[in-house]
Design a protein around this ligand. Structure first.
Ligand code: SAH
Length: 365
């Protein structure tokens, strides 16, 4: 089985030679003709995967509670307040956030303008529908740095994992850039190129890593984190980043494709499978700190949601509902905060950063 994007990539390789994992990743997600996010709405039961905001309104509501708390700790700025999200998917989380903000902090709701950073025209349309109750107050941007100046409250869920990474594979000649080429049967295959990497950028222990070990670096993610940090430094605010990933770096191939709710080999269905890799939260936090931004903390999604009162909020949501609805709410809490392999509570991590430094629940010591 092949895909239109696989044919296009093979044609590129036939002319130019193997392409880097970064270029492959970028083409899979963002090729203007066949890129995964450019052409479809991948979320929900009919799509390829379900994200936390699509599991339950509780997720966006807890993010809303956190952002209102941050606004209060920043002493309730009222001028040029930007409520922003990068990679908003269907707009579900922002809709849930806004409902909570309207209830808990009407003053914030009144002054904030809403900013969505989204590259996919298909998803922008869906976001506009989801947020039609806020029409006129929602602004779309192609990149983060287009958000107008002012105090920033920002969330990004499952955005960083969609930003391409580079991979390096340990060979007899040290770490070499991992490439995508074509094998003897005309199929896409991984190979090693000639390019290497400054060893200082490799994870510790790289000298003793076995052959075939894979190191991942994500300069594009670090660059976005730098922009975000500079912005927070200039205009103040808090950002919360939630993603599939690890709190400490290391070796390993985390490139992962998901097609119709099943894991799929990353080279099997370019453009038709979602492609991601784990987010290295330690590096994102280091980037923020190097820009004098305060790291409130890093924790698991389960810990974050439970300490912010997920169970209490779920109880309130279930009150007066019938048994089926209460069961669904209970299942959603398990999915969002549980620690099993199909649950998000431990696999997903949360990083919150602020400028100026403020103490925020649930991170305070
Ligand atoms: N946050 C949503 C969607 C996650 S999927 C949810 O949790 O349901 C990733 C999102 O990031 C999609 O909306 C995708 O179109 C967007 N995206 C991917 N690359 C992007 C980029 N470089 N800039 C802005 N948005 C991007």
């Amino acid at each position: 089985m092949t895909t239109p994007l696989a044919d296009k990539i093979k044609a590129i390789i036939a002319v130019h030679g193997p392409i880097s994992v970064t270029d492959y990743f970028a083409l899979c997600l963002a090729d203007p003709e066949f890129g995964y996010y450019r052409t479809r709405d991948p979320f929900g039961r009919g799509g390829d995967f379900v994200t936390a905001p699509e599991v339950s309104q509780l997720f966006g509501e807890m993010i809303g509670i956190f952002l209102v708390h941050a606004w209060e700790k920043h002493l309730k700025p009222r001028r040029n307040v930007r409520l922003a999200e990068i990679g908003p998917g269907r707009g579900t989380m922002m809709a849930d956030v806004l409902r909570v903000v309207a209830r808990l902090a009407p003053e914030l709701h009144e002054v904030a303008t809403i900013h969505l950073v989204e590259t996919s025209p298909t998803l922008r349309e869906i976001q506009a529908k989801t947020l039609n109750g806020h029409a006129g107050n929602v602004f779309w941007h192609d990149s983060f740095d287009e958000i107008p100046p002012g105090f920033l409250l920002l969330a990004a869920n499952e955005f960083f994992d969609a930003v391409p990474i580079r991979q390096f594979v340990k060979t007899q000649n040290g770490f070499r850039e991992r490439l995508v080429g074509i094998d003897g049967d005309g199929e896409l295959t991984f190979t090693a190129g000639a390019g290497s990497l400054d060893p200082a950028l490799l994870p510790p222990g790289h000298q003793s890593a076995p052959q075939g070990a894979i190191a991942e670096v994500a300069p594009a993610r670090a660059a976005i984190m730098q922009l975000l940090s500079d912005r927070l430094f200039d205009s103040g605010g808090t950002a919360v980043i939630i993603d599939y990933g690890h709190l400490a770096g290391g070796f390993g191939d985390t490139l992962q494709a998901v097609h119709k709710h099943q894991f799929d080999p990353p080279l099997a269905h370019p453009g038709e499978a979602d492609l991601t890799s784990h987010v290295d939260f330690e590096t994102l936090a280091e980037v923020a700190q190097a820009r004098s931004i305060s790291v409130n903390g890093m924790t698991t999604q389960g810990d974050f949601l439970l300490k912010l009162g997920l169970v209490e909020r779920a109880g309130a949501l279930g009150r007066g509902k019938d048994a089926t609805e209460q069961d669904a709410i209970r299942a959603a809490v398990e999915r969002l905060a549980g620690t099993g392999p199909n649950q998000m509570g431990e696999l997903f991590k949360v990083l919150a950063v602020s400028s100026p430094a403020v103490t925020l629940a649930p991170f305070e010591a």
